[in-house]
Structure formats: structure tokens, C-alpha cells
Ligand binder design. Sequence first.
Ligand code: SAM
Length: 237
Amino acid sequence: MGPLKNWDNKTWLSSQKYIKSFNRFILNQVKLNRNSRILDIGCGRGKILANLSNKLRLLNKPIGLDIENHKDKSKKIIFKKIDALSYVSKTKLTFDLILIKQTIHLLKKKQAIKLLSICKNKLSPNGKIVILSLDPKKNEIPAFQLMNKKLNISLKKDEKLFNLILKNQNKIVIKKFVFHVQILKTKYLQMIKNRYISTLLNLSNNQINNGISEIQKNYGKVLKFKDRLICFVIKNN
Ligand SMILES: C[S@@+](CC[C@H](N)C(=O)[O-])C[C@H]1O[C@@H](n2cnc3c(N)ncnc32)[C@H](O)[C@@H]1O
């Protein structure tokens, strides 16, 4: 799979409305204040973390990890271009929040389980790991046929990983984050062209172009749907 470069590149996922709504959700799951230490695994451009830092007036710059180094990433975070597992295995820091948003499914099952077990040891006494991923049971992401097929296969795989996580963790709470998206079809088609979601990374240009024509034909001018995430909150023991 190639690198995921356009996930939060001018999509609803980088809109202020989405980020504010998402961070309100996060602050309902974890008690944080200006002294909190936060780690975001797979932080992308770091915009969520930057907004959280402003909102909480964090004294310690939050740390964001990603294997992709975007030129237009936020300057309000300490960014480290590193594989998540390598970083958490080495760091001596502990965190009040370890956020893993829409990233865990990109790791191999074994790696993901190992990452979580190490992350648990890097939590402060009241710290929490918050994992978010596309809801495998209620996905509404607009897709063309081939994209839908690939998405369903990967959602089934994700579900297996979640079951394993649930089996491995005894203090885990399940929540849902739902965001109402309204986006112009032309904008969404651009996102597809940019291969914004990992499902699209391995498709050929031809398959992408056919998919674009399919969406062009089957959807109206404005797309309205719910972006539904499942959320696992893991507490320190
Ligand atoms: C779908 S994006 C999610 C970005 C951000 N968390 C959000 O929700 O807006 C997944 C991110 O995880 C990063 N990633 C993938 N594997 C990683 C790894 N092993 N360590 C750190 N980051 C990784 C990708 O480069 C990508 O930026």
C-alpha cells in the first residue's frame, strides 16, 4: 500500500466544524486540563491536536507521530516522523491521552495489539487510550461499487481486530462519534481522485476514473451522509 497523503487535505476531516465537534467528543471521554500530556498516533497534519492544544491552553506541546511528513502540518505540535511502535517502545514519557484515530487498521494485527499493550504502560494514573475507526457495522461513506467491495472487506478485517482488542483489554468502554457531512459532489470526486481513504490506494487510475463516473451518475449535486466512527476508550489499570 502506498502512503496516505490526502486524508485530511482540505476534506471535511480538516474542517473547523469537524475538528471542534470531534474535540468536544474527546473531552467528554477524557478529563484533560492545561497540564495534560497528549500523544496522537497517526496524527496526519496535526490539526486535531493543534485545536485541542488551543482549547486546553496546553503547557506541554502535544506530540504527534506519523510516518508521513506533510509540509503543511501544524506548528503547534511536536511532530515526529516515526513508526508508532518504535516511538512508544522508546519513550520515557507518560500521557493523559493517547489518541489513535483512524490509524489502528493500517497496522498488522500483531503490531496493533503490541502497540496497545505498550501504550497502556505509557498512561498516567488517570490516562486513557482513545481509539477511533470507521464503524464496521454502520458505514455510510459514499462509494462506487468496487470501492464499496474493498471497503467492506477491510471493515470485516477491522472487526476481527476490534474483537481481539476487546478480548485483550478488561477496562474498555465503547462509544460512537457521528458527524453529519454535507459536501458538494465535485469536492468529493476530487477527494476520490486524491485517493483520500486507504481503500483507494491500490486501485489503478482506470478503476478510479470509472468509479468517478459511477458516482457522477448515481449521486446528486450535494452528498449528505453520516461519518460514523466506533470508539474504544481504554483506561489505565
Ligand atoms: C487515515 S489517516 C488518519 C489521520 C488522523 N488521525 C485523522 O484522523 O485525521 C492515518 C494516518 O496514520 C499514519 N500511519 C500509518 N501507519 C503508521 C505507523 N505505523 N506509525 C505512525 N503513523 C502511521 C498515516 O501516514 C496517516 O497519516
